[in-house]
Ligand binder design. Structure first.
Ligand code: ADP
Ligand code: MG
Length: 213
């Protein structure tokens, strides 16, 4: 496996980058949700991320990476709202649990953490690939990341593969019919649009590629 040693401050850079991307792009995300959902994915995420950004002065620099991930997860659950709040919360809380109290995140732990996030979304959302959700961006990207780390690619390369896979997964939702969440009420009319949650997850993984490598 690739040699990786991520610290809590690496994770902070990731989340801050993601939060600022959401602040910039939330209108686009809500527009995507307007196509077959209720037009609030961007505003849900924006509310959560602006609240998270306001909490930065209270962040405990001495906290371990797992504790940080848990705090982010709890913050998201209580501030984002909507189905995406519960699901994004699950991503971070499951990662936190997988990381435990380690002070550095190795490649093995990083793999386990992302794998746990995928499992968490599958369970919590009762979702599988092809249902036209965030899962269609998350699952292939984690597969690409873990494949890359297993093949001893550099962390930068593995994360670049993961981000590209998330974006391909996001784009593949265009032709799908939604089977979960509010968009599923639109049935066939949900085809021909990118799923908003898949779009925001692709941003999350692109942020990881920008900041963690
Ligand atoms: P809401 O659906 O409550 O309005 P958002 O608009 O914030 O919440 O989020 C919608 C996104 O949540 C969808 O685009 C989809 O990616 C994701 N989503 C909704 N339901 C599920 C589910 N059961 N499993 C996985 N993802 C889901
Ligand atoms: Mg919505």
């Amino acid at each position: 496996m690739t040699n990786v040693n991520l610290t809590r401050s690496d994770l902070e850079r990731w989340i801050l980058d993601f939060a600022s991307r959401i602040m910039d792009e939330h209108l686009v995300l809500s527009d995507l949700d307007a196509a077959s959902g209720d037009a609030d994915h961007g505003s849900n995420m924006e509310r959560g991320m602006s609240s998270l950004l306001k909490s930065v002065p209270d962040w405990d620099e001495a906290a371990a990476p797992g504790e940080f991930l848990k705090d982010v997860g709890l913050h998201i659950v209580s501030s984002v709202g909507g189905s995406s709040g519960a699901l994004y919360g699950t991503i971070f809380l499951r990662m936190a649990r997988a990381v435990g109290d380690a002070s550095l995140i190795s490649a093995g732990l990083l793999s386990d953490a992302f794998e746990a996030a995928v499992q968490g979304v599958a369970e919590r959302g009762r979702v599988k690939q092809g249902d036209k959700t965030m899962f269609d961006a998350l699952a292939p990207s984690v597969q690409a990341l873990n494949g890359g780390l297993g093949e001893k690619k550099s962390l930068a390369e593995a994360l670049a593969l993961a981000a590209a896979a998330a974006e391909a997964g996001r784009d593949a939702t265009f032709d799908m019919v939604a089977r979960k969440g509010k968009s599923s009420y639109a049935r066939e009319n949900s085809r021909g649009f990118i799923d908003p949650g898949a779009a925001s997850v692709a941003m999350l993984i692109r942020s990881a590629a920008r900041t963690l490598a």
